[in-house]
Design a protein around this ligand. Sequence first.
Ligand SMILES: [Zn+2]
Length: 187
Amino acid sequence: MNPPSAIRVGGEVDAHCNKCDMNLAHTILAMVGTAIKRVQCNTCHSQHMFRGAQPLQKATSFAAPRKSSPSSSSGPARPRTPKAEVVVIGFDELLKGKDLTKAKKYSIRETYKVDEVIDHPTFGFGIVSAVRVDKVDITFKADVKTLVHGKGDVAQKPSFNQLHPGAKPAAPAEGEAAAPTPETPES
Ligand SMILES: [Zn+2]
């Protein structure tokens, strides 16, 4: 059984040319035994490995490997961030139930109650979530802060002596009672 006389180096064979994207006559460039290894397209003159003629119905098998190639639809990795949105909306909705026009400006001299809306100069609007003796937990958009409140006029009195003019500074340590205070100016 001899191979067709055309199947020899320099002969012609039909093969699929990727460049031309069709089955075309190719010139055989290299063979191993009776197997054609390398061919050159007679139409575009590109050289490539011999794959044999590709019946049309197999054309899809040529397209299949493109699955692994990057698809044009793979956009930049910029996924929407619904999670962060949810948190924001949650807080905003919390505030929606409140009358922001009645929000109290935060001041440690004020006394707050749970569920009151606070307008803090740094943290923005917040809602009092817990009240202790002299502290309040306020839920702000970014965080929950524990702030002082109910200090009355203390905030305006920077020192103990000014608040209680006649009083001694708190409990001097033993031995220091008789000593002059460091603040006493020399005469
Ligand atoms: Zn070609």
